[in-house]
Design a protein around this ligand. Structure first.
Ligand code: FAD
Length: 259
């Protein structure tokens, strides 16, 4: 099949890093620079059996970087991620020439606090936002970005080292990783619990009031639903709770429902 070159370009994987058996990130070089804002996503595709299988992926890198970066989770029963998982340095992926998405920092709200919550790969847009400021982007006066990330086990925090470093270096940044299955990660010394528990715990300590805070939720659909409830009870209006849902859970089959 011919992939339309007016809509797609090839990106070449120049570096691949495996974080665990089912989590990896890549750095890639595009033929033509992709314009995007931190928080937006690219559409990546691989040809298989005569068709192009495409999905959305948040861009991890900052627009200030030469290369693009993505962070993937393997969905073994999925259509695209098993194909992406096979690719190595030197291989290419199709990418739509246009980035998309509205999940960007809302600096126009006038809020100083941006409370960024995520599950595993949902950290991608937040890394892009933080890197952009760290690489010299203008940091608005009083800005505070707080990233809370939950994962089952600590080795799923692929960007922990980088985000910890940013936390130490910049007063405007704070990173709080939390493990939800500490019994599978006995060396973990940090926070324990799901995103919504940690969010509740830190609300007051961080002074995150609805009048001064915009919340962002990215990744697992169940986490997003639960956190929306937490923010609603806390008095946040819908306008200031942004969401990027990574997938829609499959409906259980009739057999599963009746079993
Ligand atoms: C705006 C946006 C940005 C995204 N950014 C990223 C990103 O940075 N990194 C990333 O890995 N993914 C990201 N995703 C998800 C990505 O688009 C794909 O849905 C995902 O990679 C699975 O694709 P697949 O073809 O392998 O599975 P599919 O064939 O699409 O799905 C198979 C089944 O698995 C379910 N499913 C899909 N993903 C998961 C999952 N992670 N865990 C459990 N079940 C799942 C689906 O509901 C479906 O029932 C993003 C999605 C959106 C909408």
């Amino acid at each position: 099949m011919a992939v339309r070159s007016d809509k797609f370009q090839r990106i070449e994987i120049v570096r691949r890093k495996d974080h665990s058996a089912d989590l990896w990130s890549i750095r890639a070089r595009a033929e033509e620079r992709l314009g995007f804002k931190p928080g937006q996503y690219a559409t990546l595709g691989v040809e298989s059996e005569g068709k192009l299988i495409q999905r959305a992926y948040s861009i991890v890198s900052s627009p200030a970087e030469e290369e693009l970066e993505f962070f993937f989770e393997l969905v073994p029963q999925g259509e695209l991620t098993p194909l992406l998982h096979e690719l190595r340095e030197g291989d290419t992926i199709w990418m739509r020439r246009q980035s998309r998405g509205l999940f960007t920092l809302d600096l126009a709200s006038g809020h100083a606090n941006h409370f960024l919550l995520c599950t595993v790969t949902g950290v991608a847009p937040y890394v892009s936002m933080a890197r952009t400021f760290a690489l010299g982007g203008e940091v608005p006066r009083g800005l505070r970005l707080v990233v809370i990330q939950a994962a089952s086990r600590s080795w799923e925090f692929a960007y922990r080292e980088e985000l910890d470093e940013l936390s130490q270096k910049f007063a405007w940044f704070r990173y709080i990783p939390s493990v939800s299955r500490p019994w599978e990660d006995s060396d973990w010394q940090g926070e324990v619990g799901r995103v919504e528990d940690i969010a509740r715990k830190h609300f007051d300590a961080l002074g995150l009031e609805p009048a001064t805070t915009t919340a962002y939720l990215c990744g697992h659909p169940e986490m997003i639903e639960k956190c929306k409830g937490v923010f609603k009870r806390r008095g946040f209006s819908k306008e200031f709770v942004r969401e990027e849902i990574y997938w829609v859970p499959a409906k259980p089959s009739r057999d599963e429902v009746t079993a």
